[in-house]
Write a protein that binds this ligand. Structure first.
Ligand code: BGP
Length: 487
């Protein structure tokens, strides 16, 4: 049998994409609350002040805050062993720099974890899934200010102490490597005064951060993550605390050695850089080369002995990653593809989703092998994988999402081969969006990932009712059979 008996089968969500209740029970605003909805051709706009009467996807999302019992019962019905979710930092410390945590926020997650435990579902908790309290962005420019390191560690420690007997698996920052490109806004929380004052509302990917500020902020996140790992292990030595990387596997488009070298550099920059710091506890040899190519001139963080010692001590216990697609890179002329933050050129051998994400199950097996060799003895977990599609509700309410079943089946087969044939130490798999939820990239509900359909739409209509898609029954069977019955 390929998948071990205790394999962590399940699904993954993020607070800002599912909870809603954006100001309830003392929650403060977070960065995601400042983003309007977009779609495949219209980028989301960042709005420095909330406009009344305008639809902001995270504000109500799918109302998980009030419906978590029903949702967790549905996950249990599918046989979930694990549920990945994030804690909304601004529910615990509404402004990020508060002296005391918000008890109502802490209580909410107590209830959620208790509900999971009731069904024997292991929570896997992300501490920061693009959810930096908005006040931290306004007052401190996010993680570019070193004081935010302590705010994060205080928040993490509060959570570790409170939930030490309910949660064993933790992740510090979601897709930390996304801070390397795009605006970095969601990841590092940096918004400049100028952008804050700009009422014209720029598309979020146009918020520009000076490279030196961006990498200083990323360095501060590494330190914050390492400190959290150190503190977490003091609170409960059994904690498994991991990093989370958006793994954007990249192939050279041609065998031209120039493409191959560029491919290596791209992989190092996009994926290996952050993983190496987290898992090996030190900056890799190519740090200066790659960061200077990306505009960095201030490398003083490499001289900070105290920080480097913390990074070394606070190595993660496991490596987790999201995997949706692969891309290519080339030094020749080629057509650009789309991507989840990181872009690349099109691969002529692959099909893409309607959002342009190239589907590549075999690439997952390849990626798992790369990671197993790069980080020996480090448990690996795929914590996001799935297909965002447009679902059609039939007259009788059924949803025949065969495309989703196919996508997941092929990726599960690839994981199975990676474990069974290649010997990769994979410990779990949580699909992205086991229940439809707000898209992170576009803010849409139209782009759906779930086994569970949610009646909620981009114009703000819908009664939030939940229903089972065909994939619901398929995934249940898959889990029941430990990944053997995939038909
Ligand atoms: C990852 C994020 C998730 C999630 C997913 C799918 O980058 O960690 O939050 O949303 O991508 O992306 P999207 O929602 O844009 O389809």
């Amino acid at each position: 049998m390929a998948f071990p008996k205790n394999f962590l089968w399940g699904g993954a969500v993020a607070a800002n994409q599912c909870e809603g209740a954006y100001l309830e029970d003392g929650k403060g605003l977070n960065d995601a609350d400042m983003l309007k909805g977009g779609n495949v051709s219209t980028p989301r706009k960042f709005s420095p002040e909330i406009e009344q009467g305008v639809y902001y996807p995270s504000h109500e999302a799918i109302d998980f805050y009030h419906r978590y019992k029903e949702d967790i019962a549905l996950f249990a019905e599918m046989g979930f062993k694990c549920f990945r979710l994030s804690i909304n930092w601004a529910r615990i410390y509404p402004n990020g720099d508060d002296a005391e945590p918000n008890e109502a926020g802490l209580k909410f997650y107590d209830n959620v974890f208790d509900e999971c435990r009731k069904y024997g579902i292991e929570p896997l908790v992300t501490l920061c899934h693009y959810e930096i309290p908005w006040n931290i962005s306004v007052k401190y420019h996010g993680f570019s200010d070193r004081r935010v390191i302590d705010m994060f560690v205080k928040y993490a420690t509060t959570c570790f102490r409170r939930y030490k007997d309910k949660v064993k698996y933790w992740l510090t920052f979601n897709e930390i490597n996304c801070a390397l490109v795009g605006s970095g806004y969601n990841g590092i929380g940096v918004v400049t005064d100028e952008e804050y004052a700009d009422k014209s509302q720029r598309p979020v990917d146009e918020l520009k951060v000076d490279p030196n500020v961006r990498y200083a902020a990323l360095h501060n996140e590494f330190v914050a993550s390492a400190k959290a790992v150190i503190e977490g292990h003091k609170i409960n030595p059994d904690f498994m605390i991991g990093c989370m990387i958006a793994h954007m596997t990249n192939y050279p488009l041609t065998p031209d050695p120039k493409d191959v070298l560029q491919g290596l550099n791209t992989m190092n920059f996009m994926n290996n850089f952050c993983g190496d710091v987290h898992v090996r506890g030190e900056y890799p040899h190519y740090t200066k080369k790659l960061l200077s190519e990306n505009g960095v001139t201030d490398f003083s963080f490499l001289e900070n002995e105290e920080d480097l010692a913390i990074i070394k001590e606070g190595k993660v216990d496991m490596y987790t990653f999201s995997y949706y697609m692969t891309n290519c890179t080339t030094t020749h002329e080629a057509e650009l593809g789309a991507g989840n933050v990181f872009m690349g050129v099109k691969n002529p051998y692959l099909q893409a989703s309607p959002w342009g994400w190239q589907i590549d199950p075999l690439g997952l097996r390849y990626t798992l092998n790369l990671l197993a060799s790069r980080y020996p003895h480090t448990p690996l977990m795929v914590v996001e994988n799935g297909l965002g599609m447009i679902d059609k509700v039939e007259e009788d309410g059924s949803i025949h999402d065969t495309y989703r079943i196919e996508y997941l089946r092929d990726h599960i087969k690839a994981m199975k081969d990676a474990i069974e044939i290649d010997g990769v130490p994979l410990i779990g798999y949580t699909t992205w969006g086991p229940i439809d939820l707000v898209s992170c990239g576009t803010g849409e509900m139209y782009k759906r990932y779930g086994f569970i359909y949610v009646n909620r739409h981009d114009d703000g209509t819908g009664d939030y009712s939940r229903s089972r898609k065909d994939s619901f029954f398929w995934y249940k069977k898959c889990i029941e059979s430990d990944g053997e019955d995939l038909d």
